[in-house]
Design a protein around this ligand. Sequence first.
Ligand code: PMP
Length: 353
Amino acid sequence: MSKFWSSMVKRTEPYVPGEQIEQKDIVKLNTNENPYPPSPKVIAAIQQEMGRNLQLYPSPTATELRETIGLQYGLTAEEVFVGNGSDEVLAFSFMAFFEPGKPIRFPDVTYSFYPVYAKLFDIPYEEVPLNKDFTLPVDNYFQSEGGVILPNPNAPTSIYAELEHIEEIVKNNPDQVVIIDEAYIDFASKSATELIRKYDNVLVVQTTSKSRSLAGLRVGFAMGAPSLIAALIRIKDSFNSYTLDRLALVGAKAAFEDEDYFEKTTQKIIATREKMNETLQQLNFNVLPSQANFVFTSHQTVPAEFLYNELKKEGVLVRYFNKPGIDNYLRITVGTDEQVERLVEKLTDILNL
Ligand code: PMP
């Protein structure tokens, strides 16, 4: 029956994304999207681009967008790579920097796409348990055989590792690539981009899906030494020279050019997160110290799976992971103040408070 399947297809266990529900009145707090729309300048740029040149291929090098992103961090276009969401950038990075036979390390628990890529590309891996308080046991990442990948802040725990710890990991893997997946960094403290000029083995991956409100446009990017970026471009060009379409190129560029809007929406989300954290604690939840646009939380007496199901019945969608070690936690995206009020109202009812 499956005689045409390749061994690669057989070893894949695809990533299962969070539920995407089209229902209009749902409070959707399950996949860490930004609750605010993109900057009006993004919409204007896309509309303008739609009126011209869609019959022509986009730029295969995406130089303008790479320059614009680089400007944010004092980097050149040669130090920036762009791809179709950071998931694709991460897939290319696994192909470019990790190899069969040399185990890589990533945390247990972490972003569940990493084992998917590792299996797909036949890369062995060691899952390094987090400390009891979900912080990173930094020393356990030193001298890896095949490289390191970790998100900072971590997902789904929301915990941020200080830059000096990240630097120690980079320093102690001099011959391997250390990938720091910073999908949520704009809601946290310092980015590891500061390390790029000091170390040629650190690759920082970010996305426009969270802090720039562009999950639907699919633009992710990586920053690192030119030799790392050249390797990614080589992999990309072996698949598709035109990774980003014209609308994504101009939309993402406009998002990076509207710093005021970015600052305003990001600060708003951080303020809502802090308020949400306090309110959940008043409802007897333990909440991990979040530096992301979501919180990771466990109720002191009521099981997480029950709360997830009851909230869903009430039209509030949060994320539940049926995974040992975190199966009593909920991951809840920080929404607008109104969405968070609705969440709290429903939780109060469910908990009979
Ligand atoms: N890394 C982490 C840690 C994430 O949580 C996500 C979002 N699911 C991604 C990468 C991928 O984001 P995107 O492909 O939308 O850029």
